[in-house]
Ligand binder design. Sequence first.
Ligand code: SF4
Length: 361
Amino acid sequence: MTRRFDDLADAVLAGAPAAAEDALDVLRASEEELLSVVAAAARLRRKHFGNTVKVNYLVNLKSGLCPEDCHYCSQRLGSQADILKYTWLKPDEAIEQATAGLRGGASRICMVSSGRGPTDRDVERVAGMVGALKQEHPDVEVCACLGLLKDGQAERLRAAGVDAYNHNLNTAESHHDDIVTTHTYADRVDTVTKAKDAGLSPCSGLIAGLGESDEQLVEALFALRDLGSDSIPVNFLMPFDGTPFEGTWELTPGRCLRILAMARFVCPDKEIRIAGGREMHLRSLQGLALHVANSIFLGDYLTSEGQAAEADLELIRDHGFVVLGAAPEHPVSPDAVSPDAGSHDPAKRRRGAGTDVPANA
Ligand code: SF4
């Protein structure tokens, strides 16, 4: 066992921030060193988050039909991916979906819509949904993710009771223009800054597996640290057929663990959330990853199906963690497992928001 990563954890625990070389060292740890990396990162995780796992639940308010061209996204302009496409959910549908997530143990509801950014009317629509949701569930934390914000919109969302705003940087500035051409990296930074300035908790993370170098992953993490992101979703590319990244498989479970550990060393006291691609890329190492990250999404993603929500909760229990906040009231039947889980093209979501089928929560 190497002591190198324990020494790094000691230094970070003593208040010395990890440097870019440390982050690269974590990313490039050998197979032999992998458990040492996890054990060292787990010390930081335990120090700041104890044995809790924050459970988040996605409600896709509007799916597909986006005019932007983010190469990784199944909802992008011209995407041939066979996903659910629908316009805004009605408020009662949105609340029904959110409530299913809360029953499953989620403490944060992430209300997401496709598109470049909301109109003021869209913001009012979401504000109304959030008000109604909070009336029924006063303790729920709500994160909105509606795209690029215009002046005044973040303030309106905050006034309506929204707690956080998600807008991912996704990748390094030096790689951004290779993955999207319809908006700039600066646009993304601007929206995170507007959210933060309005008193919303900034949630901004990345997607790994987009052809970026190790150095660019480190660059992205340090940008998130500098931006003051409170929660950092780490997505692992799900290469949907019908998108430019179709057939791009760069990640291994070990690589994903190293990326999460790197994020933990660089941002030791921030919420590190294992986001999209968890099941597909971490596979049997999901449990180890919980010793590094402290947050997951329950159930399904925006356009693809995750493992059964009950399997998520079991994962948390099996590894000795507890769900932050409310305990689940209604475990989900194992029948909710996607019939084509395990195939390579992500299983398209066919339940929950925008369908008549009960949610996976
Ligand atoms: S990531 Fe958002 S803005 Fe980009 S294509 Fe997908 S839905 Fe549109």
